[in-house]
Design a protein around this ligand. Structure first.
Ligand code: NAD
Length: 300
C-alpha cells in the first residue's frame, strides 16, 4: 500500500511561491493553493496544484501550511486575521513561513500560533527565483526542533540546504544578517573593480588575483559584478536579475530596523542601505543588486 498523500496549503503564489508549489506537486504532495490574485491561482492550476477560491478552502485538510508573502504586514494579516491561517487551520497543523520579515513579527505570530495549538517555523530562503524553480533553495529555519524535523519532507522538496538556526525568529535573524553582509560585500567588490579600471588593471587580472587572495568572497568569486570573469553572473546579461536591488533594499531596511531596536552598531549596513535606496530611486531597483557597480561608477 502506498503512503497517504500529505496535503499542503500554499499561500502566496508569486515569483517564489509558484515554482515552490510546483516542486511540491512534483514531489507528490497534494497542493491546495491560494493567492489574492486570480492570475496566480490560475498559474498554480497549470502546474498541477488545486487552485482554491478562498484561504479557508486551501486550509481544509492541510497538515502543513507554507506561506511565501511579500512582507510582515501580509504575514500578520494572513495568519492572525479573523478567518486567518491560525483560526481556520486544522489543530496540530504545522506552519512554515518562508517570507523575509522582521524577527519580532516572526516571533509574535509563532507565539500566537503556539497558543492555539499549532507549530510554526520561520524559514526564510535564499537562492532566488532560479533556486525556487530548480528546487535548490537554502532555508534558514527558526523554531522548535520537533517542528524542524516535521518540516523536513516539505522543505526538502523545495530546497537543497535546510539549516536549523535556533528558536523562533532565528531563521529571520540569520537571513537579515546574511543579506546585510552580502550587500556590504557586493559594494566593496564593486568599488575594488571600479578602482582597478581607473588604474588600468583589467577585471580579469584583478579577478585572477583577488579570487584566490584575501578579498575572496561569494560576491567576487561566484557573482563578480564586473562583466567577464564569471560568465554565469548577471554582469554578463546587462544586470538582469538574479536578485533585484529593490529586494536587497527591502532586506536591508528590515536589518537596519533590527539593528536599531537591538542596539547593534552597523555603519556599513546603514551606508549600503543608502546606496541601494539611491540606486532604486534612480530607476534601477529592478536591476540585479550587483548592478550597484554601474551605479557607483555613474555609468547608469
Ligand atoms: P511576490 O510579491 O512575487 O509574491 C507574493 C504573493 O503573495 C503575491 O502573488 C501576492 O498576491 C500574494 N499575497 C499577498 N498577500 C496575500 C494574502 N493575504 N493571501 C494570499 N496571498 C497573498 O513575492 P516573492 O518574490 O514571491 O517573494 C516572497 C517572499 O520571499 C518575500 O518575503 C521576499 O522578500 C522573499 N524572497 C524573495 C526572493 C526573490 O528572489 N524573489 C528571494 C528570497 C526571498
Amino acid at each position: 500500500m502506498s503512503a497517504p498523500v500529505s496535503a499542503v496549503a500554499f499561500i502566496g503564489l508569486g515569483n517564489m511561491g509558484l515554482p515552490m508549489a510546483g516542486n511540491l506537486v512534483k514531489a507528490g504532495f497534494a497542493v491546495q493553493g491560494y493567492d489574492v490574485f486570480d492570475a496566480a491561482r490560475a498559474a498554480l492550476a497549470a502546474v498541477g496544484g488545486a487552485a482554491c477560491d478562498s484561504l479557508a478552502e486551501a486550509l481544509e485538510a492541510a497538515d502543513v501550511v507554507v506561506t511565501a508573502l511579500p512582507a510582515a504586514a501580509h504575514v500578520r494579516e494572513a495568519y492572525l486575521g479573523d478567518a486567518g491561517i491560525v483560526a481556520s487551520s486544522r489543530p496540530g497543523a504545522l506552519f512554515i513561513d518562508c517570507s523575509t520579515i522582521d524577527v519580532d513579527t516572526a516571533r509574535a505570530v509563532a507565539a500566537h500560533a503556539g497558543a492555539e495549538g499549532r507549530r510554526m517555523l520561520d524559514a526564510p530562503m535564499s537562492g532566488g527565483v532560479g533556486g525556487a524553480a530548480a528546487g535548490t533553495l537554502t532555508f534558514m529555519v527558526g523554531g522548535a526542533a520537533d517542528a524542524f524535523e516535521a518540516a523536513q519532507p516539505t522543505l526538502g522538496a523545495m530546497g537543497r540546504t535546510i539549516l536549523h538556526a535556533g528558536p523562533s525568529g532565528a531563521g529571520c535573524a540569520a537571513k537579515l544578517c546574511n543579506n546585510m553582509m552580502l550587500a556590504i560585500q557586493m559594494i566593496a567588490v564593486s568599488e575594488g573593480f571600479n578602482l582597478a579600471e581607473k588604474l588600468g588593471l583589467s577585471a580579469e587580472a584583478l579577478y585572477a588575483i583577488s579570487s584566490t587572495a584575501t578579498a575572496r568572497c561569494w560576491s567576487l568569486n561566484d557573482y563578480c559584478p564586473a562583466p567577464g570573469p564569471v560568465p554565469s553572473a548577471p554582469s554578463n546579461r546587462n544586470y538582469a536579475p538574479g536578485f533585484a536591488a529593490e529586494l536587497m533594499l527591502k532586506d536591508l531596511r528590515i536589518a537596519m530596523q533590527a539593528a536599531q531596536g537591538a542596539g547593534a552598531v552597523t555603519p556599513l549596513g546603514a551606508q549600503a542601505t543608502q546606496i541601494y535606496a539611491m540606486m532604486a530611486a534612480a530607476g534601477h531597483g529592478g536591476d540585479d543588486f550587483s548592478g550597484v557597480i554601474r551605479f557607483l561608477d555613474g555609468k547608469t
